[in-house]
Structures are given as structure tokens and as C-alpha cells.
Design a protein around this ligand. Structure first.
Ligand code: GTP
Ligand code: MG
Length: 232
């Protein structure tokens, strides 16, 4: 089985559209997979929306007591399944479901252990991003270069074999769970699948100084781990 983890916080409007698009894509490519929605008791009722969708689609819903953070939601999500192939994507339609079949095929059929949806390989990109955000994104990736060969180190859209994170301690505080996996995971074969990132249409982007500071803290944690020579 293949499980796609979708962390949600106030995504009641986006989630039905995401489910529709993801399952249409899976059906078209004859792929059997489930969604695991991990909701942090969203005030907008996303948890109930997910339960309703679960009557229609193969969706599992994990309800957590409150806003415990994105990274820990993803980790709890993959701990609730024993699928050998696990994916992660955002609920806000930023991650194009059209890239899913190629990401899954890389892991399932081509011996790739980690397949990452990437904005920074030919064919990938960002829709309508001002140069300031592009620059910040480019800089964030440069900082991550010593720790991973992957060009889109801040991507939160990826599929992998479970073995990549077996026995690896991931920082549940870090917002960029993809970076934790790329920098700490056990893999030798990886692939970047291009996609065009779309900014969330619903709700306000919370990108700002706090995000940048958290990212630097996360990089420092990874650097410290590397210096100690462990995966923890
Ligand atoms: N369960 C859970 N999900 C979260 C939490 N924070 C964010 N998410 C979800 O994680 C995904 C990514 O969060 P976003 O808010 O889109 O983060 P972002 O893309 O960096 O920022 P935006 O510009 O606001 O889109 C979305 O599906 C959110 O609903 C959280 O604390 N708990
Ligand atoms: Mg988003």
C-alpha cells in the first residue's frame, strides 16, 4: 500500500478539492493509494470535512488535540500506517497532484528511495513569485547545500521508502520536515521530479521573519548532528 500524508490546519476549503484532484490522478494512472489526513483540531472544522470525505474516498483521519506543528503531524501520520511507500504533501493545493504518478513511479518501479517534488530542476518553478521570495528561496537552498544534494531542499512534497527514515530521529519542531528527511535519511538513490508551485489561494501566507529564523535553527541542528557524526 502507498500512503500519502496530508497535514492540515484550517484547510476545510482546500481539502475536498485536493482529495478530488489526487484521487482523479491516481485513478487515471491505476495507482492504489490512501490519504492520511492529520488534523490538529482545526477551528474551521477540517477534521469533520476529512471524516465526510473518508466515506467517499480511501482516507484515514488522525485527529490530534491541538496545533502541535507540521513536522510532528507528518511523523505521527506515517506512524499510523505500515505502508512501505509514504508520501507527504500540503493540503493547500500548492503541490501539484499531477506530479504524484511520476514521484510514485520513481520509488515503486525504478529503485529510487527518495523522490522529491522540485521547483529547482528544469520544468519546475513557482507561479507568480516576486523576486524577493525567489531570492529567499534560492538562499535557503544554498544554505542547505552542505547537507543534501537535492536542489529543492525546502520542498515538503516527496515520496520515499519507509526504510529512509527507519531509526532516524527527526526534529519534530522543524517546520521543514522534507529537509530533515533529505539531510538525515538513509538513501543513496534519489530523484527530483519537477512541478510548478502554486501559492495558496485560500488563507493568508504566513511566510516571514519567524519562518526564516526557524529555518536557520533547523540548519544549525542538522549541522550539529553532522559534527557529532550521527543521524540523531
Ligand atoms: N496538522 C498540522 N498541519 C499543519 C500545521 N501547520 C501547517 N499545517 C499544514 O501543513 C501544510 C503546509 O502548511 P502551510 O501553511 O501551507 O505552509 P507554507 O506553505 O510554508 O506557507 P503558506 O504560504 O501559508 O502556504 C498545510 O497543509 C497546512 O494545513 C500544524 O501545526 N498541524
Ligand atoms: Mg502552503
Amino acid at each position: 500500500m502507498i500512503s500519502i500524508i496530508v497535514p492540515t490546519y484550517n484547510e476545510a476549503e482546500s481539502l475536498p478539492r485536493l482529495a478530488e484532484q489526487v484521487f482523479a490522478m491516481l485513478r487515471e494512472h491505476d495507482i492504489e493509494a490512501e490519504l492520511v489526513v492529520v488534523d490538529d483540531n482545526s477551528p474551521d472544522g477540517t477534521g469533520d470535512v476529512a471524516e465526510q470525505l473518508a466515506q467517499q474516498y480511501p482516507i484515514k483521519v488522525l485527529h490530534r488535540a491541538g496545533k502541535l506543528g507540521l513536522a510532528s503531524a507528518v511523523i505521527d501520520g506515517w506512524n499510523t500506517t505500515d505502508s512501505d511507500i509514504i508520501g507527504v504533501m500540503d493540503a493547500d493545493l500548492s503541490h501539484d497532484p499531477k506530479a504524484i504518478p511520476a514521484l510514485i513511479a520513481a520509488v515503486r518501479d525504478r529503485g529510487v528511495e527518495l523522490a522529491v517534488g522540485s521547483r529547482h530542476v528544469p520544468g519546475g518553478g513557482m507561479e507568480n513569485w516576486p523576486w524577493t521570495r525567489r531570492f529567499v528561496s534560492w538562499t535557503a537552498n544554498q544554505f542547505a547545500r552542505p547537507f543534501t544534494p537535492i536542489h529543492d531542499a525546502t520542498s515538503g512534497f516527496f515520496f520515499m521508502r519507509r526504510s529512509v527514515v527507519d531509526g532516524v530521529t527527526l526534529n519534530p519542531i522543524g517546520f521543514k520536515i522534507g529537509l530533515e528527511v533529505m539531510a538525515k535519511g538513509h538513501y543513496t538513490r534519489y530523484e527530483e521530479v519537477p512541478y510548478v508551485f502554486t501559492d495558496r489561494r485560500v488563507g493568508k501566507s504566513k511566510f516571514g521573519k519567524k519562518e526564516i529564523l526557524n529555518y536557520l535553527k533547523q540548519l544549525a541542528g542538522i549541522a550539529a548532528m553532522r559534527l557529532r557524526g550521527t543521524n540523531r
